[in-house]
Design a protein around this ligand. Structure first.
Ligand code: ADP
Length: 304
């Protein structure tokens, strides 16, 4: 039996509920901890985390479910647990790394993983050159801070692209400019990776007339079988980010699978409903395997 904390802001969220259920089914003790309500003495010789007035000092493992807008405090709490020698399914450094879209793409490119041609610039004086880098319009412009498809714009013409880039930069927003993968047909592929294996995958199709496939934007999902190349791309992308639990989003392009994004707290609802697989159980199994390998309950180790 392992004592596991799920770091989540809301115990009623589908993913949180399913992880708790899957852990309890397998005989573990599971507690949901709101990481925003954790506080800590970071200078103590015995690092500790306090929650609801009590020290959290007897967990063996944590499952971080850090919201995109809470990365700073969330990763600080995860790091504090790591300092206490508690096993985290995703390490704090890997979560921070994956939250920076630009850094993420640079690291993936460094490993030779397929990506849409992507450009980045600071000054609006360089817009024409930037558009040229990605092969001209149509192209996709993305707010670096965007999630759930908000701030992802398809510009059909050079002039439209220029205006949108100028408008975003005028608001001091950082943006990526990306080749438009038209042949993806408004669909993307979510690969759910646990411990260097794809445990479930689904295809998400955007609503009629929508190039963005996000389920939050009215997309629909269905189970699909991956090609071996898609499978290895997803696993390599997760490994490059150092994530043991990851949602890797791919587009099917004419030049093979290209990675959109690697998510460190992938949702379970869409993927479990589309595939009928027990993905939460796979995450718990990963903790069990890590415990069997002696990776858990080594509280003397200190990882900064
Ligand atoms: P977010 O992180 O906000 O979901 P994404 O970068 O994943 O933003 O983009 C949202 C969706 O838009 C993707 O799932 C995909 O369907 C579509 N999309 C994004 N970039 C491209 C692109 N370069 N070519 C074609 N479709 C794209």
């Amino acid at each position: 039996m392992t004592k596991i904390a799920i770091l989540s802001q809301d115990a009623s969220l589908y993913s949180t509920r399913r992880l708790k259920e899957a852990g309890e089914e397998r005989g573990h003790e599971i507690k949901v901890v709101d990481y925003l309500r954790c506080y800590m003495n970071i200078t103590s010789h015995r690092p500790m985390v306090v929650y609801q007035g009590k020290q959290l000092d007897d967990f063996d493992a944590i499952i971080p479910r850090i919201g995109a807008s809470q990365t700073f405090y969330g990763t600080a709490v995860v790091r504090q647990f790591e300092m206490m020698g508690v096993f985290s399914v995703n390490e704090s450094v890997a979560i921070s790394r994956s939250r920076d879209k630009l850094r993420c793409l640079q690291l993936l490119a460094g490993e030779g993983i397929g990506l849409p041609v992507t450009g980045f610039a600071n000054s609006t004086k360089d817009i024409d050159g930037l558009i040229e880098i990605v092969g001209g319009a149509p192209l996709v412009i993305k707010l670096l801070e965007g999630t759930q498809g908000i701030g992802v714009v398809l510009a059909e013409t050079h002039q439209a692209a220029k205006s949108v880039i100028e408008a975003f930069r005028g608001l001091n927003a950082n943006i990526l400019v990306q080749e438009f993968i038209k042949e993806a047909g408004g669909a993307d592929v979510r690969c759910f990776v646990v411990n260097d294996k794809v445990v479930a995958s689904m295809k998400r199709q955007g609503a009629e007339g929508e190039f963005r496939s996000n389920l939050h934007r009215g997309g629909t999902a269905e189970k699909i079988k991956l090609t071996p190349e898609e499978r290895t791309t997803a696993v390599r992308a997760a490994k490059t980010m150092g994530l043991k639990v990851a949602g890797v989003d791919l587009l099917r392009s004419n030049h093979g699978p290209v990675v959109m994004e690697v998510n460190s707290s992938p949702g379970l609802e869409g993927i479990e409903n589309a595939t009928n697989l027990d993905v939460a159980g796979k995450i718990i199994e990963f903790i069990e395997k890590s415990a069997a390998k002696g990776k858990i309950r080594d509280r003397s180790r200190c990882r900064a």
